[in-house]
Design a protein around this ligand. Structure first.
Ligand SMILES: NC(=O)C1=CN([C@@H]2O[C@H](COP(=O)(O)OP(=O)(O)OC[C@H]3O[C@@H](n4cnc5c(N)ncnc54)[C@H](OP(=O)(O)O)[C@@H]3O)[C@@H](O)[C@H]2O)C=CC1
Ligand SMILES: O=C(O)[C@@H]1CCC=N1
Length: 273
């Protein structure tokens, strides 16, 4: 059994771990580290090995998954890199930290940047992956084995493509949640009971997402099939269009990608400074 170690098991890594558990990964093969005692107790209650000691956790690891915030990656690598087995595959889910940082601290390891999203929790995630030159077929296989059961795996051709995956998938669950929040608030403002409004909006989002995935038709055609000429939907769509929904979405996604690029410039190791 492989030893898979998560350094920092918060929102994103936690979703991956819970997704893996529900996909049948034996909890005893998973190790997590957290500084908070409550987080460790919660993982231990699920049968996952939980520790506060990163150095001890990575001993004899086959796969190390770095799940801390981007701002903490460099200091974590500086303190932990020499303890990570050289034959371990190192996976990082951090946004905006370039591969070269990991390669500097871990020159002999195979490294893979993965940009997942939180729906990995319910095995309908998206994970963009980009491999370092040190990665061989066995590493590609390991990443596929780990992430495919959690949803769609997209192979990025360039590292820069990871930043596009962030805008289209990594950050994107939040856009849909925001849209749901706005719809629920509007339905309540129009007089629906709050719990009825929430239940209807969530169920409609689920139904639309399922149809979009299962149908032979593109979303634009599915939209047309709801929109009777001169009817109610047409009025709502006209408002979205005239108020530039497409433009807002496009600008938001450009902002998202640009923020990842800014973070990369910020966190990139500056040798000799
Ligand atoms: N949230 C998301 O949807 C996505 C996030 N990501 C990436 O995932 C990473 C984590 O983000 P997210 O999960 O949201 O953040 P969280 O803050 O929820 O998770 C980070 C975790 O790291 C733990 N931690 C921090 N420092 C250490 C340390 N030195 N040793 C061990 N554990 C540590 C924290 O727990 P404790 O304080 O108990 O130690 C916390 O549980 C980021 O790099 C982000 O870019 C990528 C895609 C999507
Ligand atoms: O907001 C963030 O920076 C992280 C990366 C993608 C989703 N959450």
């Amino acid at each position: 059994m492989n030893k898979i170690v998560f350094i920092g098991a918060g929102n994103m890594s936690g979703a991956i771990i819970d997704g893996m558990l529900s996909a049948g990964t034996p909890p005893a093969s998973l190790w997590t580290t957290n500084r908070s005692e409550d987080a460790r107790a919660a993982w231990a209650a699920k049968g996952v090995n939980a520790s506060a000691d990163n150095v001890q956790a990575v001993a004899e690891a086959d796969v190390v998954i770095l799940g801390v915030k981007p701002v903490h990656i460099n200091e974590l690598l500086a303190s932990l890199a020499s303890h990570i087995p050289k034959d371990a595959l190192v996976i990082t889910v951090a946004a905006g930290v370039p591969l070269e940082n990991y390669q500097y601290f871990l020159p002999e390891n195979a490294i893979c940047r993965v940009m997942p999203n939180t729906p990995c929790l319910v095995k309908t995630g998206v994970s963009g992956v980009f491999f370092s030159d040190h990665c061989g077929p066995a590493d590609h296989e390991t990443v596929t084995e780990l992430f495919q059961p959690l949803g769609l795996v997209h192979h990025c051709q360039t590292e820069a493509e990871i930043d596009l995956v962030i805008a289209a998938a990594g950050s994107a669950p939040a856009y849909f949640f925001l849209f749901m929040e706005a719809m629920i608030a509007a339905a309540i403002a129009q007089g629906l009971d709050p719990s009825d409004a929430a239940a209807m909006v969530k169920q409609t989002a689920l139904g639309a997402a399922r149809m979009a995935n299962d149908s032979e038709h593109e979303p634009a055609e599915l939209r047309r099939r709801v929109t009777s000429p001169g009817g109610t939907t047409a009025q709502a769509i006209e408002r979205f269009t005239s108020e530039n929904l497409h433009g807002i979405v496009a600008s938001a996604m450009v902002d998202c990608t640009e923020r990842a690029q800014e973070m990369a410039a910020l966190f990139k190791l500056k040798h000799g400074e």
